[in-house]
Design a protein around this ligand. Structure first.
Ligand code: ZN
Length: 261
């Protein structure tokens, strides 16, 4: 909530409706300022006024936000993310959904979830060792460095290409800073967390990275991998047809899989 209020206060100041210090706290000045805004109802609670003003800011910057109603729905959440990007970088994030070319985006013909047995065989089988282009650290024990892990034979070459590009683009220092080496596992024969079917990890065709900062139920507002610093990281995966659940479903940002959704 505090970061929302700060953005609102900064914008009110910018619009010449002085609220004083940008401190993330709704004081008298901020309240008065919000009440003077067209479209913000004075009868609303403060939190709803703040959200409504964020919606107005989005609308004014041409970001699709829907109705200015002061409610924090998925559209407002997504619009807010775009708004923050505009504030920070002066432009909208590059629309990664627009350059989807179905042929290009699945060059390895990864199967759908219903075709996994047919394409990959039985869970836990056909595993090979991948020699890593750059060393990984175990996410659950960062002192342990690994240079290889097991994955399905059909994904190994693609994985190697992705990680080689990551290394070439970011370099080892950036990889560590962005925690692109914090490996949370690949092959693991188990049921989905919160589900009854096998996890894609059971075939060794999914990977998790930096699980502590990209928890299963976190969305764009919390998951570190949703920030624009990771755009290239995801582009390398997506160019090989790998699917990020974060980018497509906005949960499980740690996870990337060779299965289309
Ligand atoms: Zn996973």
């Amino acid at each position: 909530m505090k970061d929302r209020i700060k953005i609102v206060q900064a914008e009110l100041n910018r619009r010449g409706i002085s609220v004083g210090t940008v401190d993330g706290i709704i004081g008298t000045k901020t309240k008065t300022a919000l009440n003077s805004i067209d479209g913000v109802s004075t009868g609303w609670p403060n939190s709803r006024k703040v959200i409504a003003f964020i919606q107005i800011m989005c609308r004014d910057k041409g970001i699709e936000v829907g109705k200015v109603d002061g409610y924090w729905g998925p559209q407002t959440e997504f619009a807010f993310d775009q708004l923050k990007h505009v504030i920070q970088f002066g432009e909208l994030p590059s629309p990664w959904r627009d350059n989807e070319n179905p042929e290009k985006r699945n060059p390895n013909n990864w199967p759908a979830e219903s075709e996994l047995d047919q394409f990959y065989g039985k869970v836990g089988e056909n595993q090979v060792r991948l020699q890593l282009p750059y060393p990984h650290r175990l996410a659950w024990d960062k002192r342990k460095v690994i240079h290889s892990f097991y994955c399905h034979e059909k994904v190994r070459d693609s994985l190697c290409r992705v990680l080689t590009q990551v290394l070439d683009h970011y370099g080892m220092d950036e990889i560590k800073r962005l925690r692109l080496d914090l490996w949370g596992g690949c092959l693991n024969v188990r049921k989905k967390r919160g589900g009854s079917s096998y996890s894609t990890h059971s075939w060794g065709i999914a990977l998790d990275y930096d699980s502590a900062n990209n928890k299963l139920k976190w969305g764009r507002d919390r998951a570190s991998f949703s920030s624009s610093e990771y755009d290239k990281w995801w582009e390398f995966w997506e160019a090989e047809g790998w699917v990020s659940l974060g980018r497509t479903k906005n949960y499980d940002w740690m996870h990337v899989q060779a299965v289309i959704v």
